[in-house]
Structures are given as C-alpha cells and as structure tokens.
Design a protein around this ligand. Sequence first.
Ligand code: TYM
Length: 334
Amino acid sequence: MATEKEIVVSGIRPTGYLHLGNYFGAIRNYIRMQEDFNCYFFVADWHSLTTHPDPKDLPGNVMRVLAENIASGLDPEKVTLYVQSDIPEISELYLLMNMLAYVGELEKVPTFKDKVRLQPENVNAGLLTYPVLMSVDILIQRAVKVPVGKDQGQHLEMARNFAQRFNHRYGDLFPEPVAFNYGDNLVRVQSLDGKGKMSKSENEMATLYLSDEDDKIRQKLKKAKTDSGSGVPGEPMPESVQNLIELMKLVSTPDTVQFFEDAYNNGSIRYGDMKTQLGEDMVKFIAPIREKAKDLQQDTAYLREIMKAGAEKARANAAQTLHQAKKLIGINYY
Ligand code: TYM
C-alpha cells in the first residue's frame, strides 16, 4: 500500500524583496522537500497587512515573491503554490481559533514585543493575533513539518499549543507541527553590518537580495564589516569574520572555505581577498535566480494561472479541515 506523503506548509510575507535569509532559512528547504512531501507554500499577504503596506505595492510584491520562489527552483507542478487571501477558510478557522488564544500569552510573544518597540504608533490587534493566524495557516492543511528560519521557532511552539488546546477541548483533529530544516538547527543568516539578522526592510546595504545586480552584490560585500581580530593564531574568530565564513559556506566550495579558515588561523588572511572571492561566488549564486525571476515577473498571466490552480487545491484541503473543526465545536445545525 502506498503511504501518504507527509504534509508541509510554509509562507513568506510579501513585504519587500526576498533576501539570502529567506533563501537559506526557508526556500532552500522548500526545494528539497518538494520531492518527498506534499507541500503547500504560500504568500502570506494577510500577515503583511499588519505593517500597513502601500496598496499600490502589494500586487507587485505578491507576484515577485511567487516569481522568486519559482526562479529558486520550486516546481508549481510538484507543490501547491498559492496566496493566503485566496483561501477564505483560513479566516474562518482563525476566528474560531482566536477563542482559544489568550491575550496574556499573545502579549508575551517576542516578535509582538519587538513590533511594539519598532512601530509604537501601530500596535494593531492583527499584530497581537499574528501567531494565531500563522498557526491556522499550518493547522488548516494538517501539516506536520514547517520549513522556516530560526526567527519563527517560537511561532511554531504556539502552533503546537493551539493544536493541543483544540484537540483537548473538542477532540483530535490537528497534528502537532514542528519547525523543520535539513541539517541540525534552524538557520539564521546575519546581516552584513553585524547588527542582527538579515531582514527585508532593514538596512539595505547590509542585506543581499535575490534581485541585486552583480555590481551591487560586490559593492555590498566589499563594505561588509570585518574586525581585524588579534591576528594571533588560535585566537577566536571575531563575529564579523565568522559571519562572512558562514556566508561562504552557503555559496562557495568547501575548498574555498577551508582556504580562508586556514588563512585566518595562521594569521595570513587578507580580508580584501576574502570579500572579493565571496563577492564572485555570491554573484554566481544570485545572478541566475535574479534573471529567471525577472523573466517570470513579466509573465503575469502564467503567475496568475499558478496562483489560481494552487488556491483551488489548497482550498479543497482547507475546507475539509474547517468542516471537521466546526462539527467538533458544535457548529453543526443542518
Ligand atoms: P518572513 O516573510 O519574515 O520570512 C520568510 C521565511 O524566511 C525566513 N527568514 C530567515 N531565515 C534565516 N535567516 C534570516 N535572516 C531570515 N529572515 C527570514 C523566515 O524564518 C521564514 O521562514 N511569519 C512568517 C510568514 C508565515 C508563515 C506562516 C511561515 C505566515 N504564516 C505559516 C510558515 C508557516 C514570516 O513573517 O516570514
């Protein structure tokens, strides 16, 4: 008997240009998972509304996220690729799940606290219930694995809590999903200025985007921070150098990484050379994705077709879960 493939869900907000963090935290896993799992990948446009994007930008951003995912290697024939707002079942289950989410626990979520600090003028209720909506994205497809970067680990813990709470109160429905990464740990790609993680909206020069032109990539890496360190063999590597080595591990050959690690350890490292090499390897990695994404973005008819086909499949699966959830809750009158 053929065993059913495990279900996988993950989403990306259309809040700006995709960057290396998105690629290595999430998309790289998507590409491998599409072979072995039943994958649902989506553009989280409702989630992006918590930060009030300009309505003029939203359609283009949604299309670009789709194009960049496909350009990175996602095959729309193998995975279900859709836009969150095309699945109204999500909003209904979100309403139901909000009844099981406590304001106290939501106020304690670190990403909520960060947003309160970053945008004190816009602490909307959508921000508070963000983890509920995210949990529903996952639970409604009955996913068991969720490929995400390290920054989303806490949200996955909440998704498990909500699943348990629902199952306990109303009866077994949801599997408990786990954050997933090939390799041991969830990934966090640091920004080039050494100040926190790479992110869509923060310091542009410290972020490498999948849409960056070759010269821009070289220029950004040239400006990347490198503390010189003590230069004494055996001394621990400063974080900024470690950071560049980590980037090298993502895009350069193992020999290249080894060469610069050895050079650091024996005190002969030349940071200029290291950054030039990393720049060239990064260009080789990003350029084909950028060019393919550019072409795909021109073909809006094709992208719309994919969105539509994906929505149909994602809705059908979501509708089944919603139906069962309502029955278990007692919304079952006809
Ligand atoms: P978002 O749009 O911020 O990021 C999309 C994916 O990229 C990962 N990521 C990173 N990984 C490593 N290093 C970084 N510097 C880095 N920056 C971003 C994120 O971890 C994520 O996997 N809440 C989610 C969107 C979402 C979602 C979901 C994800 C909504 N519903 C359901 C999974 C399942 C978010 O804001 O991702």
